[in-house]
Design a binder for this molecule. Structure first.
Ligand SMILES: [Zn+2]
Length: 304
């Protein structure tokens, strides 16, 4: 018995040593390729000026989300103004969508750009669902993103459109932050592009351990003003082609967030379901991937 006690103590010490050396690694989830930052550029209405903006985006490796009114495509509209001549808008043609928006996301913006707060629920749902099905038919792409016409929405509208297949919808209530949103169907962006230059250096210099997002919105037709065109050029040249920013459309951004949410997390393991997308994490300075169907032993520093 006397000999047994020291042996038990020895075994306990050994077990303690093994458990310490086999401690789960501490990890942080990150965006694809290990990025902590992301940029979304969301542009409304689908006017012919989109083509020039897309050339600027392409030159700087920036991805845009373009929100289109399918009922106005291939038309020219005259918008009467109180103090001056009509504004004439030329919409891109229906048969050129896949050509113009080849590397960019096509998203909904209401069939005919009605203010959702001024029409009935049925009319609103028709504006949304017909726009989605038209765009889907014209492009053969799944349409999952929308910008509210005039940015107008509320919780009631967001609830009503939640069965339309959309994963996200943008308002124009600027937050002036790089925070991730609370709800994706009332997604408040960082700022309009006329303010983007005020934030660009802060974002480039940001060095945070948390995921962030710079979400800019606007209209390509506003760049008919030469000063505004100069400004967006400068912005894209500064923020584009960075090694630590994920350039992404709204739909792909949400798809990644959904993949993070689908992980099955216990105290010491993280399992990626078979039908999920791959997710990225950092262990120390190393960027790693959890493939679909894979389980790793790890503890999370901060939940996504
Ligand atoms: Zn609009």
């Amino acid at each position: 018995m006397k000999k047994l006690i020291p042996s038990i103590v020895l075994v306990l010490f050994a077990l303690l040593f093994i458990s310490c050396t086999h401690k789960e690694s501490q990890i942080n989830f990150v965006y694809p390729d290990g990025n902590m930052k992301a940029l979304i550029m969301s542009y409304d209405d689908g006017l012919v000026e989109d083509s020039k903006l897309i050339k600027l985006f392409d030159a700087n490796n920036i991805i845009g989300t373009f929100n289109l009114n399918s009922g106005l495509l291939s038309t020219q509209q005259h918008w009467p103004q109180d103090n001056g001549p009509d504004i004439i808008s030329t919409y891109v043609s229906k048969d050129s969508l896949l050509l113009i928006y080849k590397s960019h996301e096509i998203a909904a913006h209401g069939l005919t750009h009605q203010d959702f707060k001024n029409i009935s629920d049925d009319e609103m749902l028709k504006e949304v669902n017909t726009d989605i099905s038209n765009l889907n038919e014209l492009t053969n792409r799944k349409i999952v993103s929308m910008a509210y016409p005039f940015g107008n929405s509320n919780h009631h509208i967001a609830e009503l459109i939640s069965n339309s297949g959309l994963t996200n919808a943008r308002t124009v209530s600027d937050t002036y932050t790089f925070d991730l949103p609370d709800t994706f169907l009332l997604w408040h962006p960082t700022c309009h592009d006329s303010k983007a230059m005020e934030f660009v250096n802060d974002y480039l210099n940001l060095n945070s351990n948390e995921l962030s997002l710079f979400y800019v919105w606007g209209h390509s037709w506003e760049f008919n003003d030469p000063n505004r065109w100069t400004s967006i050029n400068e912005f894209c040249q500064k923020i584009g082609n960075q090694k630590d920013i994920w350039y992404v459309g709204c739909g792909d951004y949400i798809e990644y967030q959904i993949a993070l949410n689908n992980l099955i997390i216990t105290d010491d393991t993280i399992a990626n379901p078979k039908d999920n997308k791959e997710v990225w994490y950092k262990e120390g300075d190393e960027t790693k991937v959890i493939k679909p169907g894979q389980t790793i032993r790890a503890k999370i520093n901060a939940l996504p």
